[in-house]
Design a protein around this ligand. Sequence first.
Ligand code: SF4
Length: 244
Amino acid sequence: MMYICNSVDRTRCGSCGGVNPHEHKGNPTLSYCEKVRKHVKCIPVDCLIPDYLFRIDGMERRTERMMKLLEQQLRACRKCTLHMNGKALPYWTVDYKGIAIVGEAPGREEIETNTPFCGRAGKILMEVLERHGIQREHCLIINSVNCRPVEGLKNGKPSALHLETCRPWINKYFGVLKPKKVLLLGNYALGTILEEDGITSKNATLLERDGVSYVKSVHPAYAIYAQEKGLQMLEKSVLLLSKV
Ligand code: SF4
């Protein structure tokens, strides 16, 4: 059974692994656990992939529950100043088929709809993916930072500190969904995941690491900026993704 957490600092029972339904009573490291019916030491939710979930469900339900837990944690994240500008949670569905797409950062439209890649560049990307037989529902779509960087009133660029602070979320999502193919869109994704730069010269190239195929690609916004040339480069990368 999974408990709903009402505790002020979102902790998890160190004894049974359940999220405790009771508020802390004075001591922030102790709370009452309904499952083991005693006061127990709590450990932070944030550092956990909850092993107890492995024991209670089949693979699919387990993944869904873990993803819901991750979403709860991410929704509450205030680890860097970008949280003040709004957040777009990573996109995934139960039809996920082992493909991850990593972008840069959510913009205004993504924040308003809470969906990554729903703006103009996102529409271009989805059209290209569909042309090569890849549906949005089959993918995890996540950004290098989950909150919106701004410059004045416009969309901005994430700083190195923002990227580093947000990186553990990608690790957590990858840890649960274990993608076999990863499409890296633009220099921010390339730098965050592979610690490389120079995406234009590396477009449509492949790196195999630990059983995962990483396809490097220009960002779909480049197809707006460089038009036909940008679109062709994006097409080439997605074609490679569809074949690995
Ligand atoms: S950008 Fe990432 S690390 Fe910063 S507050 Fe948002 S989710 Fe948390």
